[in-house]
Every structure is written in C-alpha cells, then in structure tokens.
Write a new protein. Structure first.
Length: 276
C-alpha cells in the first residue's frame, strides 16, 4: 500500500512496511507519549547521510520513525527515512531556520526545454513512463503530441496528475511499465525516473514492445549522474541503481535500438534511441 503526503510543491509516499533500524541523528524523547504524532502535521525526513527535509502530512497518515519513504521531488524522486514526527518537528525546523513551503523547483520553461529533447512531433502518440504527478504531460501536448498515455504504479500520484491535467488527448493509467503493452507508440519518455528501473532486461523489453518500428525512446534527467547517484545512495539503493554517463549507459540499448543522441553536460542528461 502507498500513502501520499503533500507540501504544496512535492509529495511523499510511504512504501508499505519497510523500516530502517539503524540509529538516526535525532533522539525523539517524546515518541512514546500518547498523541505526540498528532501534535504537528510536519514530518522530518533524512536523505543521504545528513541531508534532511520537512514535509506536511496533510492526509494525517500514520508514520513512525524509521519508515522508508519516497519523496516526489520537482525533478524525479528522492528516497529517505522518517527521522522525526510530532511536536519536536517544528522545533527542529526553527532550529534549522527552515520554512515549511520552501523548495527548489524547476520552472515550467525549464521543464519544457528538457521535454523538447524527446523530439516530439505533431501527431505523435506518446507514452509517459513513471509519470508521477504528470509534470511533463502538458508540455508533451504543447509540443504537438496527438495522444498521451501516462502511467505510474502509484494510485495517489495518478490521482494528483488527473487533478492537475485534464485534456481529451491525455489518459492516465495505474500500471507497471514492465507489464504494460499497447505496442504502437511513436515516442516513449522516461523523465527523471530511469534509475528506479533496476531490471534492465525487463525495461528494454517493455520499451521494445511498446514502440512502433522507427519510434524513439528518450531518457531525460535534469541533473548529472553524480548528483542523481548521490541522491539515491544509502537507503535509496533499495529501489534504484547507479546512473552512468550518457554514452556509457547508452551501450545497454544498442542491441535493440540505434542511439540517435546523447547529452550529458552537467545541466541536462539525455539518451535518445530509435527502434530498428
């Protein structure tokens, strides 16, 4: 079961029963006091080593220290561990001089320029894989896509995507890409999600069966591999793999696809390939 939290510009999902037992930084001496968790709707989440963030539990989901959570960031997802709940969280936020709704975020223009790398042509049928809350879907339509199908495993993220984007040429579906099969897409776009597809063979097979001959896939990231790998280190290794340079990573696809373009300049990352 997946749960959703919102802080206005991002979200957080708790992946079922997964919990970390390792010692964490903040000692919550109020944890066992009845009603403590209800004293504040803010939750502290620790990412790589010492990096922390704070998220509003607007849905009043029951979370405990040690729960492994996936945070929907402005680009992609971060994996972290709940380190603090309840009345101590606002005190920690004040100590860290943290504003509840402060968050770095790509502008619409930034996202649009990244999506342009996918070479969308007027009339294309496009599959948005691991769409999250549908960040790129309006841009795909703006670029001329005739039909966009956006899929994600998370029911909650799909619900948010539907609330944000409504168009007769856009369809959202809860689906596992490994099992998904429509087989006639002109373009497949994987935006800020590729490292979470840890079964390489299944991923290649899914792309191949869903692209028409001559169709193209695009793996797009808004950060370089060094930043992505640092973000996904530690706890995130449970659900992600390291990302190599675009040229190195492209070698994985060459058995089934012709590599059309790679970009890896520190600001954007692209692997674009065409089905033979």
């Amino acid at each position: 079961m997946e749960y959703k939290l919102h802080n206005g510009s991002g979200g957080l999902c708790c992946k079922g029963c997964s919990r970390q037992d390792k010692k964490l930084n903040t000692y919550d001496w109020l944890a066992d006091i009845p009603g403590n968790a209800e004293e504040s709707d803010m939750v502290e989440v620790q990412f790589k080593n010492t990096r922390k963030g704070y998220f509003r539990n607007s849905n009043k989901i029951k979370l405990e220290k040690g729960d492994v959570v996936a945070v929907e960031a402005a680009p992609g997802h971060d994996i972290g561990v709940v380190t603090l709940t309840g009345r101590l969280v606002p005190l920690q936020m004040k100590k860290a001089n943290f504003k509840a709704d402060a968050r770095q975020k790509l502008s619409d223009d930034d996202v649009f320029n990244l999506v342009k790398l996918a070479n969308i042509n007027p009339g294309d049928k496009v599959l948005d894989v691991a769409c999250g809350t549908g960040i790129i879907d309006k841009h795909l339509l703006k670029l001329g896509a005739k039909n966009v199908v956006a899929i994600d495993l998370s029911e909650n993220m799909i619900a948010i995507a539907k609330s944000k984007n409504s168009d007769e040429n856009l369809r959202y579906e809860i689906a596992d890409f490994y099992d998904f099969s429509e087989g006639d897409f002109d373009k497949i776009v994987i935006y800020n999600a590729y490292p979470h597809f840890t079964d390489t063979q299944a991923f290649l097979t899914a792309i191949n069966k869903n692209l028409k001959k001559g169709g193209e896939f695009s793996i797009i990231h808004s950060d370089p591999p060094s930043v992505i790998n640092a973000r996904h280190s530690g706890v995130a290794k449970i659900v992600s793999k390291d990302l190599e340079s675009a040229d190195e990573e492209a070698n994985i696809f060459k058995e089934l696809f012709d590599i059309v373009q790679t970009v890896d300049d520190g600001e954007k990352y692209l692997i674009r390939g065409k089905k033979r």
